[in-house]
Design a protein around this ligand. Sequence first.
Ligand code: ATR
Length: 271
Amino acid sequence: MDRYAVFGNPIGHSKSPLIHRSFAEQTQQDLSYEAILAPVDGFAEAWQQFVATGGKGANVTVPFKEVAFRLADHCTLRAMQAQAVNTLYIEQDGRLVGDNTDGAGLVADLIRLGASLEGAKVLILGAGGACRGVIGPLLTAGVAVIHVANRSVDTALLVAGDFNAQVSGSGFADIPKQPWTLVINATSAGLHGSRPDIDASHLSHCELAYDMLYGTEPTAFLMWAQQSGVKCIADGLGMLVSQAAESFQIWRGITPAVTPVLNKLQELMQQ
Ligand code: ATR
């Protein structure tokens, strides 16, 4: 049986095993998928051990996405743009390939939610790994402009500078006054119950406010967006399932259906 896994630290609460096992059942693929807790400074060794014992591919999560990027023999364009890898697999010639399906997962989820991406004006809050991973795929999906606003201005400018002229950057106080149609929270502020400190006027044309985090309750950012009049809000659970579907497709050559697995996860989270 082909072996797959997700590597992280911590990893106990990962939903990836449930998601991939559901995909396997749905598509009748004979595979196993486990969660592996790797030591913080021991990702490469853990991966090698996994391969030596029949591992075919893996997902990689916090804090190993950057080290996986450096470990891969070859990275896809989207992984290069993200400077991080969330999907690993071994080519027929033995080369280790690093890919990043996070951005494709976000785009797929935005489409599922009915967002119009062609010509969209996108405001991304946060300039860490989560932001960097989605810029390339959003541009490929046809958005018109992306502005990256971050608490630390320098990081926003650095990230924006790595992309073309459609992408700009600033601090939260200097966000240009534009009709942002899609506002995405890529900060980790929600983990501490807070939200990025931006002016509500930036939401006046917002059709969808999206938070890459997810939980049993809406994040502080999503509650604020709703109170500020944004009609459609969504958390990152759909992105999680969609990025997994993209990884599964890469490994198995078959695209699983996202909606039944997303429904199942939502049900479990409400219990
Ligand atoms: P990463 O390792 O991906 O950079 P991180 O350190 O958790 O993850 O930070 C992710 C993003 O959330 C960063 O853009 C961070 O802003 P800074 O670059 O200024 O640190 C942002 N962030 C975290 N907490 C925040 C908060 N309370 N308000 C606004 N932004 C926050």
